[in-house]
Design a protein around this ligand. Sequence first.
Ligand SMILES: [Zn+2]
Length: 187
Amino acid sequence: MDGNAALNRLLEGNKRFMTGKLAAKDVKTPREATKAGQKPFASILTCSDSRVVPEFIFDTTIGEIFVVRNAGNCVDTVSLGSLEYGAEHLRTPLLVVLGHEKCGAVTAACSGGVCPPNIQAIMDRIKPAVDKGSRGDVERTVICNVELTADEIRKRSDVISHLESGGHLKIVEMKYFFEDGRVHIIR
Ligand SMILES: [Zn+2]
């Protein structure tokens, strides 16, 4: 499967999710089929927000997507290493950075203020998007944050940028909407 086919598969799953008609979830068969190893078709970096559940949003099952989550879908050494593992070792042909509307982490970063140090580390990661995305506009900042995150993945990971330039990895930026469950492709 190449990156485009993997993307189509996610988008088809998202269509089913939007209509509420998910594929039948037999977890026993894929659990047994993957016990010797995993072969996911996409890596996804997204937010920890409890409403943003990629396995539901893309209607996937066990063994299909390699997911990295943290508040604000930020890049740090550990999340980047995880994405490299997905792209290089598991050979997922697609990497998705998925932000979402009304993101609490982005909202907090837009309002500024003082946070405890570990939360401040998240704010600091989102700050460039706040500066770029017309300060205070949460929804524009969500998009900027996804764009800058994808840029940073390329910049900070030789592994991933080489896979992309070699045509082995497609990187897609998306934003998720609660109202209808739609994922919108940013670029
Ligand atoms: Zn969020």
